[in-house]
Design a protein around this ligand. Sequence first.
Ligand code: ZN
Length: 153
Amino acid sequence: MNDELRDLYQEVIVEHGRHPRNFGRPDSYSHRIEGYNPLCGDQLILYMNIENDTIRDLKFDGRGCAISMASASLMTEALKGKPRDQALALFDDMHALLTTGASRQTADLGKLATLSGVSDFPSRIKCATLAWHAMKSALTGNQQLVTTETDAP
Ligand code: ZN
């Protein structure tokens, strides 16, 4: 494994991929959206409980590669308790980080910054953005299946 790969599969990603946080179907939720990345076969269902424009709770279910699972796991940790507008702002930061490796706020992203190595591997970018696209679609009123097929890196 070369240095680039070692960076990408940093301990936090491997660990979250194997033991995703907030995984499973919750008893109740206000929003449910399915995401699918046909390039890799990653599938996930994102459940969110949104009250007063704040994400009170969120969980995800599904299966996919370690990067898709780790990205979704890290996302659920980061978004719990976040107001809707902050979650959408974080989408923009993470989309920039995952597609270009740069973000205006990398210093503030904490564990999420470990996903930046994904940008060096164009074929894996859609794995990492899947959960984020699902979240944005749910927050902007789209309850349909999200596919990253048309998402240009
Ligand atoms: Zn994948």
